[in-house]
Design a protein around this ligand. Structure first.
Ligand code: BJ8
Length: 423
């Protein structure tokens, strides 16, 4: 990939040498974790291709769109209403922050005991390693956890940042606050793009994003079959790619993957004979954060669901498409996003209920709760998750880790012991 895109990366002011090193490591990591799998679906070739072109073709597409006057908006949280961005004919990309890159630089301006996701997005920017970042006309932050909220203040010195205020409770006044924030964001997007969002453009965008959610819901329903027809790693990858691929193309490709999956299920073929069904729950896993799923799936288990923002939290709820007026569509948008059950909310009974319901529906033998080190919302909430699951008779293993590879052996030992226990 490198040769053909080097001029583009240079124009984007990337640190070419460090970037080449990053792509090499990523390629090797991907080969070990993904390409080594048996009985993969043919449709996963599209995902392999997208990944192999992660900083190439998609960036080229973004640059071409920008040359035609379209804007690119980068985000870190599923709270940012993508529909408004597409309604103004801009493009939204989820910025990944899933690798230990540029941590040395990030730690010069952030406390060391900051979660890896935050250090990663700061590190990527300071090290000039991410062409997605450098393609963004606006980066949208949010006041979810304190770490992110404060990091955006510092980050604003390095990139054009806009911050949305996210409510932390779900009373009527919190919905009012959120609605005001959605309207403020709508204005910001209109100002950025020079376009007015209309009922028609918003309705079209709602359909576009709902279609993507619908195809991911279909994938989740299909993967729940027994025997498990697709690895958890592959579904995680699909979810990760959903954040930055073109939504219409992605929906089409994943729909084809689902067709293939249906045939595989009809033939009764599985990917992991005898593996124990487990569910992941907790912090989001951004590309290339594949460490824990890989460990789990190399330890006699298979992941059949992710209760996470890179998983069902992002796809479970649709926006009501029926309204025809702009006001009513905006209300539908507000209501859909208010249903997100991030650990930043208090109390957060909805999430506990969802986890238990999902674990039962998927017939899992156990849940592995994943928290990034220093993440207080998910770390603290894991105690309530464990209690709710215990009451439902479902065992849970709590894993706290970061992006480094130092603890792989230790994690493997713990996961293997858990899998033995639930067997
Ligand atoms: S809606 S989960 S994407 S905030 S891991 S940075 S919480 S200290 S990511 Fe998230 Fe939106 Fe919530 Fe989803 Fe902070 Fe925790 Fe780090 Fe986190």
């Amino acid at each position: 990939m490198a040769g053909s895109y080097e001029a583009m990366w240079e124009k984007l002011n990337l640190d070419l040498e460090a970037h080449a090193g990053l792509l090499e490591v990523l390629g090797k990591f991907y080969g070990d974790i993904y390409l080594s799998q048996d009985k993969r679906l043919r449709g996963m070739e599209y995902l392999d291709f997208v990944l192999s072109e992660i900083h190439g073709l998609r960036i080229k597409e973004l640059q071409e769109a920008k040359a035609q006057g379209r804007k690119v908006v980068g985000t870190f949280c599923v709270f940012v209403p993508e529909e408004l961005v597409y309604a103004a004919d801009a493009i939204q990309v989820g910025l990944c922050a899933g690798a230990e890159a540029g941590f040395d630089k990030a730690e010069k301006i952030l406390p060391r005991n900051t979660c890896a996701l935050i250090k990663s997005f700061v590190g990527f920017k300071l090290s000039r390693l991410c062409p997605f970042f450098e393609s963004c006309d606006l980066i949208v932050g949010e006041t979810t956890c304190d770490g992110k909220k404060k990091a955006y203040e510092i980050f604003a010195d390095y990139a054009p940042v806009y911050v949305m205020e996210i409510p932390q409770m779900k009373h009527a006044c919190d919905r009012d606050l959120w609605k005001a924030e959605v309207l403020r964001f709508k204005e910001a997007v209109e100002k950025l793009t020079g376009r007015t969002i209309t009922a028609e453009s918003l309705k079209k965008a709602v359909r576009l994003i709902n279609d993507r959610r619908r195809v991911l819901q279909r994938l989740n329903r299909l993967r729940a079959a027994e025997p498990t027809p697709i690895s958890g790693r592959d579904v995680l990858l699909v979810n990760q790619v959903s954040f930055y691929d073109d939504p219409a193309r992605f929906t089409q490709k994943i729909s084809e993957l689902c067709d293939e999956l249906e045939q595989k299920i009809a033939r009764g073929e599985g990917v992991a004979d005898g593996a124990q069904r487990v569910m992941l729950s907790g912090c989001p896993m951004a590309i290339p954060n594949w460490k824990l799923p890989y460990i789990i799936e190399s330890s006699g288990a298979v992941v059949v669901g992710e209760e996470s923002c890179v998983g069902t939290r992002n796809t479970r709820d649709l926006v009501d498409e029926s309204p025809d007026t702009l006001d009513a569509l905006l209300d539908a948008l507000v209501d859909r996003y208010m249903r997100i059950d991030c650990a930043c909310f208090t109390p957060n009974q909805e999430r506990l209920d969802h986890i238990v319901a999902m674990a039962r529906e998927l017939k899992v033998k156990g849940v592995i709760h994943y928290g990034l080190s220093f993440c207080q919302p998910y770390g603290i909430e894991s105690f309530k998750v464990e209690k709710a699951l215990r009451q439902a008779g479902i065992p849970m293993l709590t894993i706290e880790t970061d992006y480094s590879m130092e603890d792989v052996e230790q994690l493997k030992t713990r996961v293997e012991a858990f899998v033995e226990m639930i067997r």
